[in-house]
Design a protein around this ligand. Structure first.
Ligand code: SAM
Length: 272
């Protein structure tokens, strides 16, 4: 997926709605990531200030939650491709130091700094984990940690199955839904392998499968298009412009849907 397209979608479609967080999937996932940091003893007020770099920090949801939860002082930095998402983050975190750029260029930013925590949360569908892993290693202080949170291609099984209905294909084109390249990696095993190969020691890892409820087309579009979860896919097949009669067919054939996402959360330490 082209980064100019992603940037436009986040600036123009998603930023204004992102914090509504339909079904609390982002918020609940980030809370679990915070639980892992807390359990590892990294949020203790006895420790010196924590320098944090959030890659694809979006509206600053994680950094704000981290600051609220942590007894330890937080010094927040971030990089994001979307100026609009970053503008919201700056409202929540007035001391945030941010760069607006593609995360693949990470090594061109914060060159003099070393971090105690680097976060990549729901961004590795855009910035490949294999590319970013050695660059995160280089940005971390010895003993610093990487908080990884990302949806896998094992998510949305039921939606993927129903989207393969012949009538849906007839209405919205014959291409089968392809989530590869939009959501990755493929599994927790894959994340753990990449991190270990790049010199990280795994502290905690889990796969979280929150239930998703889509009673009708409208709730699906709020989540998948405005909420940012499947915006490129929705635009690609034109679902966001579905006419009233098309929506009625979708409501009859596809919805309601109860589905699950599949989200990997891994906390890993940079080995000495
Ligand atoms: C799903 S949001 C996640 C935001 C935040 N990490 C969170 O968990 O709430 C993805 C974020 O990554 C940003 N993004 C997308 N592609 C990017 C890229 N190539 N480089 C940097 N940021 C990117 C988007 O602008 C958006 O803010």
């Amino acid at each position: 997926m082209e980064s100019a397209v992603i940037q436009r979608q986040y600036d123009d479609v998603i930023a204004a709605q992102y914090d509504h967080d339909p079904q609390n999937t982002t918020s609940n996932s980030l809370n679990r990531a915070l639980n892992h940091l807390e359990a590892a003893g990294l949020l203790s007020g006895l420790l010196p200030a924590m320098k944090v770099l959030d890659i694809g920090m979006g509206t600053g949801m994680f950094l704000a939650k981290l600051r609220a939860r942590s007894a330890r002082l937080i010094e927040p930095c971030g990089i994001d491709i979307s100026r609009q998402m970053a503008a919201i983050a700056h409202q929540k975190l007035p001391d945030l130091i941010s760069a607006i750029d593609d995360g693949v260029n990470l090594d061109q930013h914060f060159c003099e700094e070393r971090f105690d925590l680097v976060a990549t949360h729901f961004v590795t569908g855009f910035v490949p984990i294999e590319h970013i892993a050695p660059r995160i290693f280089a940005k971390l202080d010895t003993g610093g940690v990487w908080s990884f949170v990302g949806g896998t291609t094992a998510g949305y099984r039921e939606l993927q199955r129903r989207a393969a209905h012949p009538l849906i294909k007839l209405l919205f084109g014959s291409k089968p839904p392809n989530l590869q390249g939009m959501i990755c990696p493929n599994s927790e095993r894959e994340v753990v392998d990449v991190l270990e190969k790049n010199g990280f020691e795994i502290l905690t890892s889990e796969t979280y499968e929150p239930e998703l409820q889509f009673p009708d087309f409208r709730t699906f579009i709020d989540f998948a298009y405005h909420g940012g979860w499947l915006t490129p896919f929705v635009e690609e097949i034109g679902l966001h412009k579905a006419k009233k009669w098309q929506q009625a067919i979708l409501n009859a054939l596809v919805f309601p849907v109860v589905d699950h996402h599949n989200i990997v959360l891994t906390l890993a330490r940079r080995s000495a």
